[in-house]
Design a binder for this molecule. Structure first.
Ligand code: GLU
Length: 294
């Protein structure tokens, strides 16, 4: 059997919080138990929000957690040309289109249609599906945006992609914490249509999270993706991209999330749960483990 390879892939766009600690510790623990490798990936494609200071802070947190990290560390901002090449492959398959509506325009359109009593489909994260440029813009307005330097996103034509792939696509889910985190793998039916035409790149960034994550899981030889339950449904999008780009299929596991006292997902902007402030406030590792139920 090949060596299992796990990874922890945070984005340094804020300080890591105790939920990240759970994810990192579970991955490290699994890698040790299975005599595998444990890699770190810096997901810093958002160059406006990810800073060297935050990245340095992230590595301080990881050092404090005492994790057995293997080399090399992969930094996504070093690989923009590779994402561009993958995007071009998808473009050559006719699966990508430029989309000119801003978030605010999409919101206004959806609000308008809901006010008229028509509900509008939302993706598993609650964002409205893309209505298409022509639902909002006149031909003239669309033409002038195309001819000018207007900003756009590049979206995957999901229906075309799913038609190309054919029915029956699944991913392998090998358990979530609470059940056995290392249970037998079960096939989960991919439901990528519920995401609509996801963004794969932006005018000035040749990738999005979805595209970069599948390319880098393959590049790093990740065999086992163990990440938070909040990314469970995104796995459908990731499987579609893996098939389109001929990338290998890892096994997936999605662990419970650490929630705040209000029952909501933790946020990187909340100082109370950042590893940095807890550490500086004197929290010990053992207390941290107890707090996150490890
Ligand atoms: N960078 C993502 C995050 O910080 C995690 C990506 C993944 O594990 O697939 O939420």
């Amino acid at each position: 059997m090949s060596t299992p390879v796990f990874r922890f892939a945070p984005s340094p766009n804020g300080y890591l919080h105790i939920g990240h600690a759970l994810s990192a510790l579970l991955n490290a623990r699994a890698a040790v138990a299975l005599e595998g490798r444990f890699l770190v990936r810096v997901e810093d494609i958002d160059q406006a929000r990810c800073t060297p200071e935050l990245e340095a802070g992230m590595f301080e947190d990881l050092a404090w957690l005492g994790l057995p990290l293997d080399e090399p560390v992969l930094r996504q901002s070093d690989h923009f040309p590779d994402y561009r090449a993958a995007l071009e492959r998808l473009q050559d398959m006719g699966l990508i289109y430029p989309a000119y509506l801003s978030r605010a325009e999409i919101r206004r359109f959806v609000h308008g249609s809901e006010e008229k009593g028509q509900s509008w489909p939302r993706d598993p994260d609650g964002a409205p599906l893309y209505p298409g440029d022509r639902a909002v813009l006149s031909e003239g307005e669309l033409g002038s945006r195309m001819d000018s330097d207007a900003s756009f996103t590049l979206r995957l034509d999901m229906q075309k992609a799913l038609t190309r792939i054919g029915p029956g696509l699944t991913w392998q889910e090998a358990g979530s914490e609470g059940k056995a985190l290392f249970g037998p793998a079960e096939a989960v039916a991919v439901d990528a249509a519920s995401w609509g035409d996801v963004v794969l790149a932006r005018k000035d960034t040749p990738t999005s999270y979805h595209l970069a994550v599948v390319i880098d899981d393959a590049r790093q030889g990740i065999t086992d993706v163990l990440r938070g339950q909040d990314l469970y449904h995104a796995t459908s999008v990731h499987r579609v991209l893996q098939v389109l780009l001929d990338l290998p299929e890892p096994v997936y596991r999605h662990h419970r999330l650490v929630l705040g006292p209000d029952g909501c997902k933790l946020s990187k902007s909340n100082d109370d749960t950042s590893l940095k402030s807890l550490r500086e406030g004197g929290l010990g590792l053992r207390q941290l483990r107890r707090r996150i139920g490890l």
